[in-house]
Design a protein around this ligand. Structure first.
Ligand code: PEP
Ligand code: MN
Length: 354
């Protein structure tokens, strides 16, 4: 399906990268919303976010203040001049948000994973011209993401953007949600005019990861950032570990290095960043390999098997040397690396045997 995306069309936005959307994970009270909004507006941010209806993993958590919060967003608009945005997950959320004059909507990651829910939102938006952002589905399924974009587009909305917020995984090591950058990159290849906004708050899940993830998103030429910001993050009613004060938000944005998109990758900086990303991936893979290796260790222990099976080691060595050679890696290097990795695996399994 051919998709022709139009600009968001919100007049006071600058065309410069990054387009920043900031605000608390959830609207908690009128005072909390206004305090955050004033702090954020004072730092030059033009689009405010706040969740009014919150999708929670388990019942009993804070599920959002609901409709009353829309009045607070109206006040943010009136008193700070920022545009306001919120998450919609049902037809009623759409109607209430439109009635309250919300400027931009977004579809959350749990919702975009559900075609029935996306279709319900698309139907409710038929004939309405409002900018809308579609978060990636929680599961790493590009087609599902594209499907959600198409459903909204077919309802007649052409001012569309997407939000990359990472993908959930059972293995939560570094990130709350795995970035899997290749997925938004492939989306960009398929729909080059679609603005991509990165949500480093939900990817990282921790304050200290927001800056490096934001830089990475800028280096990948993403258009904008959605960052959760709260005046007192430690007492936030949702996602407190990943929210930053407006002051910290300003610091994160000011430290970003925005590279010219026409610059080639010949710049050393750029290449080094690529290496950093690859190193990170290498370590994640190594850690995963060790975890699996420990699982094998447990199996061997339960079945009274010895840790070392030389036939298996020979097989790995042979297979990896051939693979390395085919990929232009030196045979000695590959052998040395496999030896080190294998030794560490054995050491880990021996620890389990004790
Ligand atoms: C949010 O933006 O607060 C939110 C609930 O995000 P996600 O849908 O990405 O989990
Ligand atoms: Mn949140």
């Amino acid at each position: 399906m051919e998709i022709k995306i139009e600009p968001f069309g919100l007049p006071s936005l600058s065309a410069e990268r990054p387009l920043v959307i900031a605000g608390p994970c959830s609207a908690e009270s009128e005072e909390q919303v206004m305090e955050a909004a004033r702090g954020i507006a004072a730092r030059g941010i033009k689009i405010f976010r706040a969740g009014i209806w919150k999708p929670r993993t388990k019942p009993g958590g804070f599920e959002g203040v609901g409709e009353i919060g829309l009045g607070w967003l109206k006040r943010v608009k009136r008193e700070t001049g920022m545009y306001v945005s919120t998450e919609v997950a049902t037809r009623d959320h759409v109607f209430e948000s439109l009635k309250a004059g919300v400027d931009m909507l977004w579809i959350g990651a749990r919702t975009s994973a559900n075609p029935f829910a996306v279709q319900e939102i698309a139907d409710a938006l038929k004939g309405v011209d409002i900018p809308i952002l579609i978060k990636n589905p929680v599961n790493p399924d590009l087609e599902l993401w594209v499907g959600a974009i198409e459903r909204i587009y077919m309802a007649g909305l052409h001012r569309i953007g997407v939000i990359h917020r990472g993908f959930s995984s059972y293995d939560k090591k570094i990130y709350r949600n795995q970035p899997l950058w290749h997925i938004p990159i492939e989306l960009r290849r398929r729909m080059p005019s679609l603005p991509i906004i990165c949500d480093p708050s939900h990817i990282g899940g921790k304050r200290e990861l927001i800056q490096p993830l934001s830089q990475q998103a800028m280096d990948l030429n993403f258009n904008g950032l959605m960052i959760e910001s709260h005046c007192n993050p430690d007492v936030a009613w949702s996602d407190k570990e990943q929210q930053v004060t407006p002051e910290a938000l300003f610091d994160i944005i000011s430290r970003l290095v925005i590279r010219n998109e026409h610059q080639t990758t010949e710049s050393l900086e750029e290449l080094r960043r690529q290496l950093d990303t690859i190193d990170e991936q290498l370590f994640e893979l190594l850690a995963k390999r060790m975890r699996i290796s420990r699982e094998i260790g447990i199996y061997k222990k339960e079945h009274n098997m010895p840790v070392l099976q030389t036939i298996r080691y020979d097989e790995i060595l042979k297979k990896c040397s051939a693979m390395g050679e085919a990929m232009d890696l030196s045979v000695d290097f590959v052998k040395e690396m496999i030896k080190e990795i294998h030794e560490e695996s054995v050491r880990q399994q021996i620890l389990i045997m004790r």
